[in-house]
Design a binder for this molecule. Structure first.
Ligand code: KMT
Ligand code: NI
Length: 182
């Protein structure tokens, strides 16, 4: 996993858009993002995922393959949806099993931070954080999605409405007072 400021240049979102300013992984903690590395090829990883799931109450899960082959006609629309800036009223938990992709998240100054994630990376995006997702140029990613019991994980696209969302306001407050600071 690598973390860097997005370059904000126009062009295909699947390109790296690496500004050249790399950030320590610990920067993610200040935004309330949790990250783990459980390599799928390591025998201890499945029990590590089980343990995290039981600690954090991730009762449900599924697997998603994001590729033109796997998704057929829905592919382009799905890809576009993932890259629209949005939030959820619950955590978004993604465990990358194969392939690579970019999670972009807004930092406390509303700047885009790009997280390059690959096999073994497990990310927990907190409820209320603005984010988006794209594949890279290889156009393939397989991930496990973990969910709490009754997830409220509809994508709410950023708008004046989400600025007033209680979950969003609570998140912004938590970042501002340094609740997530390490
Ligand atoms: C989402 O909600 O943005 C996603 O599920 C992204 C694809 S999963 C790696
Ligand atoms: Ni999302």
């Amino acid at each position: 996993m690598r973390v860097f400021f997005y370059d904000n240049q126009p062009g295909d979102c699947r390109l790296p858009h690496d500004s050249g300013t790399e950030l320590p992984l610990s920067y993610l903690s200040t935004l309330g993002i949790l990250y783990y590395f459980f390599p799928p090829w390591s025998p201890s990883s499945s029990s590590a995922v089980e343990e995290l799931s039981s600690t954090r109450d991730y009762a449900n899960r599924d697997e998603i393959t994001i590729s033109a082959d796997a998704m057929g006609a829905a592919y382009e629309a799905k890809i576009q949806m993932f890259f629209d800036e949005h939030m959820h009223e619950d955590e978004e938990i993604r465990y990358i099993l194969a392939g690579n992709g970019f999670f972009d998240v807004r930092d406390a100054d509303d700047k885009w931070i790009r997280i390059q994630a690959g096999p073994g990376d497990l990310l927990v995006l907190p409820a209320g954080i603005y984010h988006r997702f794209t594949l890279d140029e290889a156009n393939f990613l397989k991930a496990m999605r973990l969910f709490q019991n009754q997830p409220k994980w509809a994508a709410l696209n950023r708008s004046e409405e989400t600025e007033k969302n209680e979950v969003r306001k609570k998140y912004v407050h938590a970042v501002q007072i340094g609740r997530f600071a390490t």
